[in-house]
Design a protein around this ligand. Structure first.
Ligand SMILES: [Zn+2]
Length: 193
C-alpha cells in the first residue's frame, strides 16, 4: 500500500484525530486512546490520500460501487469510490434497520466494496454488508482506515484496514488508569462559546 500504517497513524496524530491519555468512550468504556476520524477527514487532501490507499488494494477487483454506513463512512467511502472510478452510495438507519434510501439501489450481482472509517466491533459494517446482500449485491470485501478490533472483528466478508490500533477498551471497574486515580476525559463534545 502507498501509505504505511505508521504514516496513517501519523496523519491522525498531526490532525488531533488520535489522542493518548485516559478517555471515556461513547460506549462508556475507558481507553488510553481516543480516535475521532472526522478530525483527519476534515482535510480533503488527507481524505483523498487515505481513500486512494484503500482503493489500491482493490484496483483489479472490478468494484462497481463503494457503499458506506452513514455518517462515519461517508467521506472516506466517497474518496475510495472516486479513486476506483466507482459509484458511491450509503446506507442509513430507518427504525433501527440499515437500508438504502434516497432512491439508491443496487443491481443483482453488483460488485460492491463496503467502506468504513473505523471498525471497532464490526457491527455497522456487518449490518451494511447484510443489507446490501439483501438487495442482491455481491459484496466483495470491506475496508476501513483503522481497525480497532486487533484484527478480530468478523464482518462476514474479507476485510482490510490501513492501520490497526491495538489499544483495549475496558470497563471502568477494571481500568488501570482509574485505579491510579487519573481523571478520565470525555472528549468530542464542545458547546459553542
Ligand atoms: Zn478509567
Amino acid at each position: 500500500m502507498s501509505l504505511r500504517p505508521e504514516e496513517v497513524i501519523q496523519k491522525f496524530r498531526e490532525t488531533g484525530a488520535l489522542l493518548e491519555g485516559h478517555f471515556v468512550l461513547s460506549s462508556g468504556l475507558h481507553s488510553g486512546v481516543y480516535l475521532q476520524c472526522a478530525l483527519v477527514l476534515q482535510h480533503p487532501r488527507e481524505a483523498e490520500a487515505l481513500g486512494r490507499a484503500i482503493a489500491e488494494t482493490f484496483q483489479t477487483e472490478n468494484i462497481q460501487t463503494a457503499a458506506s454506513p452513514a455518517i462515519g463512512g461517508l467521506i472516506i467511502g466517497h474518496e475510495v469510490a472516486r479513486a476506483l472510478g466507482a459509484r458511491f452510495i450509503w446506507t442509513e438507519r430507518e427504525n433501527g434497520t440499515m437500508v438504502l434510501r434516497r432512491g439508491f439501489s443496487v443491481s443483482t450481482g453488483e460488485r460492491v466494496l463496503v467502506v468504513e472509517d473505523v471498525v471497532t466491533t464490526g457491527g455497522s459494517t456487518r449490518e451494511t454488508i447484510a443489507a446490501l446482500q439483501n438487495y442482491g449485491a455481491n459484496v466483495i470485501a470491506a475496508a476501513s482506515i483503522i481497525d480497532r478490533s486487533s484484527g478480530k472483528a468478523d464482518v462476514g466478508a474479507p476485510r482490510i484496514a490501513l492501520a490497526t490500533l491495538d489499544v483495549p477498551s475496558v470497563d471502568p471497574a477494571v481500568c488501570e488508569a482509574c485505579k491510579r486515580g487519573e481523571p478520565a476525559i470525555k472528549p468530542g463534545s464542545r458547546k459553542p462559546n
